[in-house]
Design a binder for this molecule. Structure first.
Ligand SMILES: Nc1ncnc2c1ncn2[C@@H]1O[C@H](COP(=O)(O)OP(=O)(O)OP(=O)(O)O)[C@@H](O)[C@H]1O
Ligand code: NI
Length: 291
């Protein structure tokens, strides 16, 4: 079943100087129950696409084309039907409220129920997030946790309402490499076999390959490649994805084989020079419309 269907979909941001396209001509179907990685370098439009899917585009965004949600009976609500986690682990948590109460309130706001039941569910979710002593953890405040633990708490708060989709926008990029892989592994365990659809935004191909069934690659606001991860990573058609995979090969340490744990993320995609490509890559930048 298709959850989202995009046809010729575009988003531009309006400001005093005109309209600035962030996404153009996106054709993409997102299947229920799959794990999709939205891959692309900084500024390629990943967060814009994630926000559009969640129905959370800012007021200055103007859309074009079609985005339909055939998999939802009614207009989905962000927070209830679509869970969200963002890059800043602390950003979605209130510093003044005990984490158990925050998760419980997130549940009650979306699904109702008694305070006591919600708190019990909150502790249950903290346990599933592999936080030591979930009962004690539920009584603590966000500042008493590390960045990785805060991100686990944010995940619990997003999942406690039992959304059918989880959109995670670079949920690990503020964390160290070992913690990143641990959180992605946790996400993979939580979502596998659960029926939950995961949309995982990242610029990190190693993280994408750790968890994605499908991959959609954005480059300068265009979807340049999309399909099953296994096929895309084995036989990338687009030179941009090929270049990314090559960077990944070079990052691999021979002693560790496929493991990148502890490896500095020294090379960013931005360092790949598009002029090295043999095939011309469509450039949204050249089509800025200052009308
Ligand atoms: N609220 C906004 N108002 C104006 N322009 C925006 C807004 N949000 C994003 N943009 C612009 O849209 C383009 C795409 O941004 P977006 O945040 O979607 O990219 P991204 O792939 O998520 O990048 P990053 O990896 O840095 O998060 C960029 O040029 C960005 O400056
Ligand atoms: Ni982003």
């Amino acid at each position: 079943m298709k959850l989202f269907s995009l046809r010729g979909f575009g988003v531009s941001y309006r400001d005093r100087t005109g309209m600035h396209p962030a996404l153009q001509g996106i054709d993409l179907d997102i299947e229920a129950g799959r794990h999709l990685a939205l891959l692309g370098e900084s500024g390629s439009g990943k967060s814009t696409l994630a926000a559009a899917l969640a129905g959370l585009l800012p007021a200055n965004a103007v859309t074009a084309g079609r985005l339909s949600r055939p998999g939802f009976a009614a207009q989905p609500r962000a927070g209830r039907d679509i869970g969200m986690v963002f890059q800043d682990p602390g950003g979605s948590l209130d510093p003044l409220i005990r984490v158990g109460d925050q998760i419980a309130e997130a549940r009650r706001a979306c699904r109702g129920g008694s305070r006591a039941d919600a708190l019990a569910l909150a502790r249950d979710w903290l346990g599933r997030m592999a936080l030591p002593d979930p009962h004690a953890a539920s009584r603590k405040y966000p500042h008493q946790f590390s960045g990785g633990q805060k991100q686990r708490i944010a995940l619990a708060a997003a999942l406690v309402s039992e959304p059918s989709v989880l959109i995670a926008d670079e949920p690990t990029s503020a964390l160290d490499s070992i913690t990143q892989h641990a959180i992605v592994e946790l996400l993979r365990t939580l979502t596998t076999g659960s029926g939950l659809t995961l949309i995982f935004v990242t610029h990190d191909i190693a993280l994408a390959s750790q968890l994605a069934d499908d991959v959609a690659v954005l480059y300068q606001g265009r979807l340049v490649e999309a399909g099953p991860a296994e096929r895309l990573f084995r036989a990338p058609a687009h030179p941009y994805l090929r270049a990314l995979l090559q960077t990944r090969q070079e990052l691999k340490s021979p002693e560790l084989g496929n493991e990148e744990l502890g490896h500095p993320r020294s090379r960013r995609f931005a360092e790949i020079d598009p002029r090295d490509f043999s095939v011309k890559v469509p450039s949204a930048a050249q089509e800025h419309d200052h009308g």
